[in-house]
Write a protein that binds this ligand. Structure first.
Ligand code: CO
Length: 160
């Protein structure tokens, strides 16, 4: 049974470390498979659109994304193509609670990754999905959306 993990928040320094690639041998291990499934459960429970492993205390290159067509688990995600066009949109982050700001991201991306079975995959994404993937990959490099955001706003403290 997957379990709900604790999400680290700023200023925890794990969020600021660069994460390591996952080897194909490691990817097949039960421990990492369980971590990925626990991340999916945690993301859904906390109503997140995405989650990166450093947010649950693991500095490895693993992200999960909640799309309208289902959940994606991406090991070693790497953006291979960026659209010239960029756009601003509001973001938030479970590791920076109650804070929102506008971030400029590439409108469309191509991303290669390994799925939970260790198969190499490619995804073309645009709009929100492209944005979420870029936000989560930033986490793997120790970058938080507040580093890039403008018009940063703090939600009412009563509004959790
Ligand atoms: Co985040």
């Amino acid at each position: 049974m997957a379990k709900i993990l604790t999400i680290l928040t700023i200023p925890n320094q794990i969020l600021r470390k660069k994460s390591e690639d996952v080897s194909s041998k490691k990817l097949a291990e039960k421990k990492l498979q369980a971590l990925a499934l626990n991340m999916v459960k945690t993301m859904k429970e906390r109503d997140g659109v995405g989650l990166a492993a450093p947010q649950v205390g693991e500095n490895i290159r693993l992200i999960t994304v909640n799309t309208k067509d289902g959940v994606l688990i991406l090991f070693n995600p790497k953006i291979t193509k960026n659209s010239f066009a960029k756009e601003w949109a509001e973001e938030g982050c479970l590791s920076v609670p109650g804070v929102y700001g506008k971030v400029r991201r590439n409108k469309k991306i191509n991303c290669v990754y390994f799925n939970i079975s260790g198969e190499k995959k490619k995804i073309s994404a645009e709009g929100l999905l492209a944005r979420v993937i870029q936000h989560e990959i930033d986490h793997l490099d120790g970058i938080l959306f507040i580093d890039k955001a403008k018009d940063i706003q703090k939600a009412d403290s009563i509004n959790l």
